[in-house]
Design a protein around this ligand. Structure first.
Ligand SMILES: [Zn+2]
Length: 1010
């Protein structure tokens, strides 16, 4: 077969990624929608009527939870001042704005610029446009003739980020800018603007300070109807917003986000911004419905072409010359020979004639299967080993039952309805080739032969926990479909089998060592349940959380582990290519030493699911959903990762949950999954040439769950600039916050919480001070100046300070450590929600809210600010931070609302079941609306399952959690949002130069912390 044909056939599926315009309109994000209840009449309760139909009165002067009291007398803004006028009517104003943006009526013609020429000089493939995806007919021809030309953004003129000339000077904030989305899209023709909020004698109208809910709702609306094209210099959508990306050679922000999409030419320039230069990588992120699958390319025994000098993988930014005989590396500029197998002639402009048939030369994210030299061991389908705690506590509290049901749900789906659909032929949820094994443990370890040939599972007890070994070779790992009967009967019987044994103490470390031995030859994944502090046998732990140590230097010890047994085990798991997820329940709120046990997860790339006050049945649904999620999400194991960047830059640090032996070595993961992200920081080893672009490539080598050894390559390109205006225009606020959060979490335990809190505060002041200094200094004292693309930055850093990980005041160490490690591992969507929850009022929904609009998209109500001042008397609210979802009900909530939501007879707060985790399915309009909204939230979340927890005012403990999540208020031993902004401002003005204060914390500063 000629090599051309060979490669031609490589792309998976028949669709050519370069022919998007031949595709029908891609399905946009369409959350599942419950049917509208036909003909249902709102008896008396009027769930659909606008405005507080449930009898709640508008909030006035209600102060609680340390919210800024109304008597504080915030001054409204002086209308003469430059101010961003936020439309008050939400959707109507928004539509108008987005409408005008999309039409681009005022956009000037795109002028070819110097920057365009070089920024896209290698991107000679057509840049698709979102119009193609949106079904707007286009002429097919011109797009493909566009090679080497300046790449304008034909599809979305209104979205252009560089409306001005190439070297347009930075403009100080001036005009009112369109709300919300403009922060990320830039109004056509408008200069880059910052937001100013005026304060007089320290008083600011809290309505006028930048709103996180607004910054999400606008783009969320926009991206329902628009695709995000990756090469058109648009800022990525906010991290909390669903979007469909179109890969034009640059990776989707789903996989990689740069903090600065225009790279400062020198370290000095970077320091002036106060911003970190880095990238957030989520290499296995889940694709959105409507996105092209990542192509899997097979180059046979030679493997994918790579640079001989720096080993970078072939990508769209490598250039071909000498008639196609050489390819020049975009990372190190080395001219490599093209192998005969990979040769293709080039056209007169130097472009390979086969380019459009080659995904690796046109797409930012591709996968290669790789030959044996990339293997550490023979790749096989993933082995899942379930380690089940069968001690008395696990039995008594219903945790074991929940865990066993969760495994069955994960393997076979939960309901019989699903089976009916396929005539009982329901296939397992696991990829082909996967196998599962079950081990239980208390003071002993029990293995099970699950062979399909057996009538029922055979148990083998391993009493020697000092030196556990695996007592069987066949039947430990089985095909879950073939052994379905054996597995389900075992999982169903386990709770009764151990009901009478009642060993109180789990021997966890020996059980994990047995799991390691079982997976020694293949690698794989452990899902381990634990319901009590493991106090038995080798590696037993003891209660070491001591309130007296909190807030002192000794606290650091509590935030980490020195346990040699767990540290060694973690290292061995990574070495063998095994990741460990834990499901840890503390039914009585007891201590579990997550610092020690969770260490195993954090260095092996796994995850801890923590149920601090596990209650059966309230938390059983959540447990079950999370087991299913962890087993079915995309998971790779035995993984290595490396990030390369072009000359002049170098990787300075990585932050996340993995193992990194020496600087410069690859990151090692026992396993990695769709929800995990890594922060990568860059530093300068020279000055960058603004005429050239900066290139980045992340390569993840892993074994896929179906047993293929692969490399996933993620490529990013960014322009380089000397001009502060360019740099500030392309800041990705979410990536900035994400990098700061991951680094802050990584600093623990080397630094105390107090020091890290101070550093976060300093950092956020630095960033805003940097902006103020660089924006021509035309701002009178007392005026808050917030860069357009960093408007919500201060709120997010305040959210970080108020998180369980970093907040002041009391916090059980288990929860703190858990959250610190969560932050290190979280993906961008999950972290964004964690730093600022989504809150929706459901007592005044519009009739159409929670139902599909004419385009089939779910209509979401506008989110409200996280402040008690927004809470209305008689109101009902959904509060979701990606970890928990509260349903908060005001004491005077309407009985009609309760009945509509929970069913007949449920007409008072007292009548509700405090342990319910879902809403009943009712025929009322309100019930359907809220269930649809919850379903939408669940589809756009991180790794945690969404179940509701009731927080009834004055009745439930969860009310404290509600208060804690009102991040704009004064709480969690930290300031309110308004005070936070103002105090930061004052500090900047007092010190004049932020470096004075920075010096105080010099020890904590790395080059990228300013
Ligand atoms: Zn190279």
């Amino acid at each position: 077969m000629s090599d051309f044909q060979m490669f031609h056939a490589l792309g998976q599926g028949s669709s050519d990624p370069n022919q998007p315009q031949t595709e029908p309109a891609a399905p946009q994000f369409r959350p599942p929608v419950a049917p509208s209840p036909g003909g249902y009449q709102q008896a008396g309760s009027n769930a659909g009527a606008p405005q507080s139909q449930y009898g709640g009165t508008p909030q006035s002067g209600y102060s609680g939870y340390g919210a800024p009291g109304q008597d504080q007398g915030y001054f409204p803004l002086n209308s003469g001042q430059q101010m961003q006028q936020q439309p008050q009517d939400g959707m109507a104003g928004l539509t108008e704005q987005l409408g005008s943006m999309a039409m681009g009526g005022t956009a000037g013609p795109h002028r070819p610029r110097k920057k365009d020429r070089h920024a896209y000089h290698t991107l000679d493939a057509p840049t698709g446009s979102s119009q193609a995806f949106n079904g707007v007919p286009q002429g097919a021809g011109p797009q493909f003739l566009n090679q080497n030309g300046p790449q304008s953004a034909p599809g979305t003129p209104g979205m252009a980020q560089f409306p001005g000339g190439a070297n347009a000077m930075y403009q100080p904030p001036n005009a009112a800018t369109p709300m919300g989305h403009s922060a990320h899209g830039g109004a056509p023709g408008a200069p880059m603007a910052g937001s100013t909020v005026t304060s007089a004698q320290g008083r600011v109208d809290p309505e006028q300070i930048p709103s996180v809910p607004r910054s999400r709702d606008g783009p969320a609306q926009y991206y329902l109807e628009h695709v995000y094209p990756t090469m058109e210099s648009h800022l990525p959508p906010p991290a909390a917003v669903p979007f469909v990306a179109y890969d034009q050679g640059n990776s989707s922000p789903r996989f990689a986000r740069l903090s600065l999409n225009s790279i400062p030419a020198s370290n000095e320039r970077l320091l002036q911004t106060g911003l970190p230069l880095g990238m957030v990588l989520q290499p296995l992120a889940k694709l959105q419905e409507g996105e092209q699958p990542i192509p899997l390319l097979d180059f046979g025994n030679t493997g994918p072409p790579r640079c001989n000098r720096c080993r970078a993988y072939i990508n769209p930014f490598m250039t071909f010359r000498s008639g196609g005989n050489k390819f020049v590396c975009n990372m190190c500029s080395y001219p490599n020979d093209v192998s005969p197998e990979y040769f293709s002639p080039t056209d007169p402009s130097g472009v390979r004639v086969d380019r459009l048939q080659r995904p690796e030369l046109t797409l930012g994210t591709v996968e290669f299967t790789v030959p044996k030299e990339y293997w550490a061991k023979e790749p096989v389908g993933i082995r899942w080993l379930f380690l089940i705690d069968v001690t008395a506590e696990s039995c008594n509290k219903g945790f074991m039952t929940g865990f066993c049901e969760g495994i069955m749900n994960a393997l076979y789906g939960s309901d019989s309805a699903a089976e009916d659909e396929t005539n009982g032929e329901k296939q397992t949820s696991l990829p082909p080739g996967s196998k599962v094994g079950i081990v239980t443990y208390d003071k002993e370890i029990h293995f099970y032969n699950l062979s399909a040939s057996l009538d029922k599972a055979q148990m083998m007890v391993m009493p020697d926990i000092e030196d556990p070994f695996v007592p069987l070779s066949d039947g430990l790992f089985v095909d879950p479909e073939e052994s379905k009967a054996v597995i389900t009967s075992l999982l169903t019987q386990l709770p009764t089998m151990f009901a009478d044994v009642k060993n109180p103490e789990p021997a966890l470390l020996p059980a994990l060592q047995a799991a390691l031995a079982a997976l020694d030859h293949t690698g794989g994944k452990i899902a381990c349940a634990l319901s009590a502090l493991p106090t038995w046998g080798p590696g037993r732990l003891f209660m070491r959380d001591d309130q007296k140590m909190h807030g002192t230097d000794a606290e650091k010890k509590l935030l980490t582990t020195e346990h040699p047994g767990y540290k060694k085990l973690g290292a061995q798991l990574v070495e063998k290519g095994i990741g460990a997820d834990f499901f840890m329940a503390a039914p009585n709120g007891g201590y579990l030493d997550i610092a020690t046990i969770g260490h195993v997860s954090s260095i092996s790339g796994g995850e801890v699911y923590y149920y601090p006050t596990f209650h059966n049945p309230r938390d059983t649904l959540r447990l079950s959903k999370e087991i299913r999620h962890t087993v079915t999400r995309e998971t790779g194991y035995q993984a290595l990762m490396k990030v390369r960047c072009s000359n002049g830059l170098q990787v300075a640090a990585y932050h996340g949950n993995f193992t990194h032996h020496t600087f410069g070595a690859d990151l090692e993961f026992g396993s990695i999954d769709a929800d995990k992200a890594i922060g990568v920081m860059f530093s300068y080893d020279g000055k960058l040439d603004p005429k050239l672009d900066a290139h980045f490539q992340a390569a993840l080598l892993y074994t896929s769950a179906d047993g293929q050894r692969r490399v996933r390559c993620i490529n990013l390109v960014a322009s380089v600039s000397e001009a502060m205006g360019d740099i500030m225009r392309l800041i990705d606020q979410d990536a900035v916050v994400h990098l700061i959060a991951k680094e802050a979490a990584a600093r623990i335990p080397d630094r105390t919480l107090k020091e890290v809190r101070a550093a976060i505060t300093e950092k956020s002041i630095d960033v805003l001070a940097g902006y103020r200094k660089n924006s021509a200094g035309s701002h009178p004292p007392g005026q808050l100046v917030l860069p357009e693309n960093l408007k919500e930055f201060s709120m997010y850093t305040l959210g970080l300070l108020k998180s369980r990980a970093f907040k002041g005041g009391r916090e059980p160490m288990d929860r703190r450590v858990h959250d610190l490690r969560l932050i290190k591992g979280m993906g961008t969507t999950e972290l964004s929600l964690y730093l600022y929850p989504r809150i929706y009022s459901i007592h005044n929904l519009d009739e159409g809210d929670g139902f599909a609009n004419e385009n089939g998209h779910l209509r979401m109500p506008a989110a409200i600010r996280a402040s008690f001042s927004k809470v209305e008397e008689g109101g009902a609210y959904i509060v979701d931070n990606g970890q928990i979802c509260l349903l908060w009900l005001h004491a005077q909530v309407s009985p009609h609302l309760l009945e509509d939501l929970f069913g007949p007879g449920m007409n008072s707060l007292q009548a509700l079941d405090p342990f319910s985790s879902t809403l009943p399915i009712l025929e009322t309009h309100l019930n359907a609306q809220v269930r649809n909204i919850l379903q939408y939230l669940e589809t756009n979340r991180g790794s945690k399952a969404l179940t509701i927890q009731l927080a009834r005012q004055g009745l439930d403990g969860a009310e404290f959690e509600f208060a804690r999540l009102l991040y704009e208020d004064r709480n969690n031993e930290a300031q309110s949002y308004v005070d936070w902004l103002l105090s930061g401002q004052r500090k900047k003005e007092e010190t004049g130069d932020s470096s004075t204060m920075a010096a105080t914390f010099a020890g904590l500063r790395t080059p990228y912390w300013g």
